[in-house]
Design a protein around this ligand. Sequence first.
Ligand code: NAD
Length: 494
Amino acid sequence: MNTPVRIPASPVDALNWVSGRWEPGSGTKQDVLSPYTGRPIGRVTLSARAEVDRAVTAARAAAPAWGSLTMKDRAAVLFRFREILMKEASEIAHTVAAESGKLHGEAEAGLMKGVEVLEFALSLQNLEQGGRMEVSRGVFCEERREPLGVVAGITPFNFPAMVPMWMMPIALGLGNAFVWKPSDKTPLTSRLLAEAWDRAGLPKGVLTVVQGGVESVEALCDHPSVRALGFVGSTPVARAVYARATSQGKRALCLGGAKNPIILMPDADPEVVGQGITASYTGCAGQRCMAASVVLAVGDADPLLERVVAESRKLRLGETMGAIISKPSLEKLRAAVGRAEKAGARVLLDGRGAGAPQAYGDGGNWLGPTILDHVQPGSEAAAEELFGPVLSVVRVKSLEEALEIQARNPYGNAVSVFTQLGYVAEEVARRAHAGMVGVNIGVPVPREPFSFGGTHESKFGHGDITGRSAVDFWTDRKKITMKWALQKNWNWMS
Ligand code: NAD
């Protein structure tokens, strides 16, 4: 059984962290409601432009000293931060879960994925960061990596600790000052992470937290001192943030939403299918960008789908499956299931009647696992990101038909295939319209140092948010050409 989530008894304030102090914002105040209970567990004040400016100015003041330390000195802070996270992982997971609706175990696992990125950042201290070469006799070229100065990260509600940890350790480890704008739906975890960095010895001002919504994101895009911006969220916002930031000369990497198909072949192992597909569409109550939400079922898939239904029936809300972030999201999901049913889909499993788990009262946002069969390709349930525990099954006659349908997906985060045939797996990997591919794995999140990132409308910008390309994203390359003696055989390049 999963650890029951501790819901704060009285609301906690989510403040701005500027120069090592917690400060209240001045904009609109809003309650942070726990998806478990529907009751306020916090209050957040959305920052206005002036507060974003104050935060960026503090970061700018702190950046030069931090950037001029050696990587090894900065890594010492990252090591201490890791120790704190490992000790306090369960505590942090309670806050992540209480505000995002995840199970405690899911929240802890997300944090550990963040720690994996932190470990990648720690390894950078042992890598040579540039190179030097004698390009003609007595003339040397050298390359150095330099921090950018002030950079920013904007994160979504569904991973309040993991997604910021995709960015912070690498950006900070490379010597930047980082301004973090958490989701206004899940701002409470930022307090724990900022204080952990502080206790690890991160100099004041190097990490800044600005709570906020649209205005603060736009202010970060527009601020002349912010050189790079990492964003993770829905596709329409990712596209808009990318356009706004890059039009002002910033580098931006903006990860968006997804609709991830699983190609289910009739030869697949039924046990692997039952467990893998159920875990994929119900984990984090379907609220993750790597969740499978469509099965392209090839041929006679009935026995395999029965396994998925059977596994899904075993889930218990509040114990082995979490809650939906908000009442409007819950209503949106229920309405989409209703429309699919009206359009002819057969409801194999209906989560709409699932009651609230007793342990959390009856005010929470709950939807049981829901499976829709015979969904039409291109329809809302087959093509749009619903972001909940709803699985749409599209019946197809052949692998070719499945590959053609997935190729029309405007998103490009993940594609998985369940099969026991190597050549089928290879064909899917080759033709997958996605940045991440799974073979008999429903949530194909690459482990570091393999980087995380999709393609097409799941990502705007070049490179991935973790791994080696993230090192390029958060640094400049400086090239130095030098000679120390007069050359006899000089030419125009000398
Ligand atoms: P969201 O786009 O609503 O919000 C993301 C961030 O942008 C938040 O900090 C929010 O405060 C801010 N924001 C919201 N509306 C804005 C606007 N109009 N202008 C500027 N800023 C705005 O996303 P969400 O609902 O918090 O998160 C869920 C979405 O994130 C899903 O679409 C999911 O697929 C996606 N996601 C993608 C990845 C990935 O790696 N590709 C990972 C996690 C989540």
